[in-house]
Ligand binder design. Sequence first.
Ligand code: 13P
Length: 262
Amino acid sequence: MATRKPFVGGNWKMNTNRSTGSDLARGVVDGLMTLDGVDTCIFPPFPYLLTIRAILRDRGSAVRLGAQDVFHQPDGAFTGEVSIPMLKDCGVQHTLVGHSERRQVIGEKDELINKKARALLEAGCDVVFCVGETLEERQAGHQEIVNARQVRTGLAEIPASLMERLVIAYEPVWAIGTGKTATPQDAQEMHRQIRELIARMYNADVASRVRIIYGGSVKADNAAELFAQPDIDGGLIGGASLKTADFVTIVKAAAEAGRAKP
Ligand code: 13P
């Protein structure tokens, strides 16, 4: 059994409705009923959190509930935003911060992402903190600098004691939704660099414990090879998390990879 328990997230993004999301959640729960050795979390859109929570609870599932974003202020005049207490009230355990679609499409900056991550961790919530370079940045050979900047700024002032609750997701933007998966070797290399950076920012112990998961066109047929890499501790899954059988296969591949690691 690996020292780091694999983690797989299903990021539904702005997809599903109450009916299809419920069917998907039921299928995932039933498909993973007897599985252990992996932490699994699904991230439905905000309006369906309570519906999905009821399904997870009714079936006594170990699958966790996640939110795709949050605002760092506890309450007040922030029209359209959702607070940490609201998410807790809905039974949310893990929250994504800094997803590339928030960075690229909505325009979120490292400083705001850092506020969200800090506020969540200080409130006792779990965070999936996303980083990743664009195609232009990779073509210019800047991927290491870009990911290091996102990690350093995004995790600023987060103490080692809170890192236990944080999962890092490396999601190269050019691989998201494009069908162009990073090769296991390229993904492994970036995960290794991120882990080394965490060791420099914190210490070797924090670095060896933090889970770093890969996202970007993970599918049922390429998951096992990615998750077998020494520094890849699972995945954050977009498109394939909307297909019950594919997502279940991917989660099982992560559990299997975890069992095979020293
Ligand atoms: P795809 O799996 O659809 O490429 O999306 C990855 C992602 O962005 C998960 O957060």
